[in-house]
Structures are given as structure tokens and as C-alpha cells.
Design a protein around this ligand. Structure first.
Ligand code: ADP
Length: 266
């Protein structure tokens, strides 16, 4: 198998990659939302921190496989808490969080790593290891989970091709632009072939043009069948893309609409 050496990240570079596998059913078409399997389900979830603060209150949310969801809301609205519940960093005080059929609160400890690998995480501040180059940063995510050495190189090469960073594989984070650092982080999130990518303010440290590049990349990944949940304050992006918008306010879902803007219309 040859890998694309293109430095951009257009779909034609994707065709040579194996990851992510298209998960849509039907030739190029995705099943209507109501026919798609729920990947993530929050059922009447309340999260109360030990200090008594209700960070989430009575949250019901169903994210079908293949969805692209913007999570919006002011600082303190509960976005990070929702994501922490999803990666099982925190447990719900009431209600259930189900990922791909597994109730996260009932997960036996030995199954936690397996379920976590279904999730790729992208942070605002990239969280790359400064002493490792691009290739090594992505490879590290596989090394820590004991992936056999022979499988690491092809997996890393394929995600670097997907994000358009084949040429930069040997560069270190400080030698990269912000956009390239974020693309490295996205490659790292994808290298496990996750079902869902959660991105917490992924464009928060990037200028508008680069933010759009990152969004294009996330959209392409979504087109390949990976579900995307992105928390953001970027009103321009949310309003322009007309994707599903879930708005939180003081821990409650106050709006959940497909094709919505950042702000409630009217
Ligand atoms: P957002 O990501 O939308 O800014 P958070 O989920 O971080 O919101 O926070 C929601 C609320 O929960 C806030 O009032 C915050 O102060 C509170 N909170 C978050 N984490 C903790 C914690 N570990 N302990 C106590 N309160 C917390």
C-alpha cells in the first residue's frame, strides 16, 4: 500500500487510507438520522459535584452514529462536564450515559480501556508531547495501549495522510503552525479508529482561516462515518455550517435543533 504524500487534506488523499472506515450504510449515502443506531445516549442525566453544584441537570441527549453535533453554551454551562461523563472521567449522579450500548457506570474496570478506544479526543491546546515528533506523538497513542510494533507504522502513516501531514512527520510540535499542531492532535485522536471524536474548543487557539481548515477536516472525518461532538464558542462556524446544535445553559439542554445557528433564531 502506498501512502499519499500530499500535504493538503483533500478527500483524494483519504482514498488511500484505511482509517476511518466508512460506516454509512448504502452507496455513499447515510441512512436518515431516525434509522441510525444511537451511539451516545444521555438518559435523564444529572451531575452534582461534591460541592453541591449541579453541573448537568436532567439531560436527555441521543446522538446517532454519524452525527455531527455542536455543543454550545456560556462558560460554566456544563459542556466539559458532559464530555467528562462521556469519557468516564466523571460518573453521573443520576441517570445513565450509554456509549455504543455500554452503560458507562456499570462498565467493569477491565472493559474501560476498550470503551475509551472508541473515543478520540481533541483539545483546545493540542496537548502534544514536545519531545516527540509528529509521527511519534501519534504513535505514542498506540504504544501505550500495547499495539504490536508492526501495526503502529502503517496506522500512523495512514492517519497522517488523512490529515495531510505526511511531509511533516519528523517535525517537532514547536516547528509546526497552530493548525498543523491541531491536525497532529486530530491524527492522534483518529489512530485508534474511534467511533466518536469529541473536540473541546478545537479552534479556540487558532485564527479564523485555520479554524475553517480544522472544521473542514472534522467534517471530512464525519463524512467517513465518524461521529463528531464539538464544543465551541465559535458562533461564525456554528451558524455557517447548519449542523445539529445542542445548547446548554446552567446544566440544562435549552435547545437541540438540526440546522441551527449559534444563537437561538428570533
Ligand atoms: P463549561 O465546560 O460549559 O464551561 P463545566 O462543565 O466546566 O462548564 O462546569 C459546569 C459547572 O460545574 C460550573 O459551575 C463549574 O464551576 C462546575 N464545576 C465543574 N467542574 C467542577 C468540579 N470538579 N467541582 C465542582 N464544580 C465543578
Amino acid at each position: 500500500m502506498t501512502f499519499s504524500s500530499t500535504t493538503d487534506a483533500r478527500p483524494d488523499s483519504v482514498s488511500e487510507t484505511r482509517i476511518p472506515k466508512p460506516r454509512s450504510n448504502g452507496a455513499g449515502g447515510r441512512a436518515p438520522v431516525e434509522q441510525r443506531r444511537p451511539l451516545l445516549v444521555f438518559n435523564d442525566v444529572t451531575k452534582t459535584y461534591p460541592n453541591g453544584r449541579d453541573a448537568l441537570k436532567d439531560v436527555d441527549l441521543i446522538v446517532p452514529e454519524g452525527d455531527f453535533v455542536f455543543l454550545v453554551g456560556a462558560s460554566g454551562a456544563g459542556k466539559s462536564t458532559l464530555m467528562k461523563l462521556l469519557i468516564r472521567d466523571e460518573l453521573a449522579t443520576q441517570g445513565t450515559v450509554t456509549l455504543d450500548g455500554d452503560d458507562l457506570a456499570k462498565l467493569p474496570r477491565r472493559k474501560v480501556p476498550h470503551v475509551r478506544r472508541k473515543i478520540g479526543i481533541v483539545f483546545q491546546d493540542f496537548k502534544l508531547l514536545p519531545t516527540k515528533n509528529v509521527f511519534e506523538n501519534v504513535a505514542f497513542a498506540l504504544e501505550v495501549t500495547g499495539t504490536p510494533r508492526r501495526r503502529i507504522k502503517p496506522a500512523v502513516e495512514r492517519v497522517l495522510a488523512l490529515v495531510g501531514l505526511t511531509q511533516q512527520a519528523e517535525q517537532y510540535p514547536k516547528q509546526l503552525s497552530g493548525g498543523e499542531q491541531q491536525r497532529t492532535a486530530i491524527a492522534r485522536a483518529l489512530v485508534h479508529d474511534p467511533r466518536i471524536v469529541i473536540a473541546d474548543e478545537p479552534t479556540g487557539n487558532l485564527d479564523p482561516l485555520i479554524s475553517w481548515e480544522i472544521l473542514q477536516l472534522l467534517l471530512r472525518i464525519n463524512e467517513l462515518g465518524v461521529t463528531v461532538l464539538m464544543a465551541t464558542h465559535d458562533a461564525d462556524i456554528v451558524t455557517a455550517l447548519r449542523k445539529r446544535v445542542v445548547a446548554l445553559e446552567e446544566g440544562r439542554v435549552i435547545r437541540d435543533e438540526v440546522g441551527g445557528g449559534y444563537h437561538r433564531a428570533g
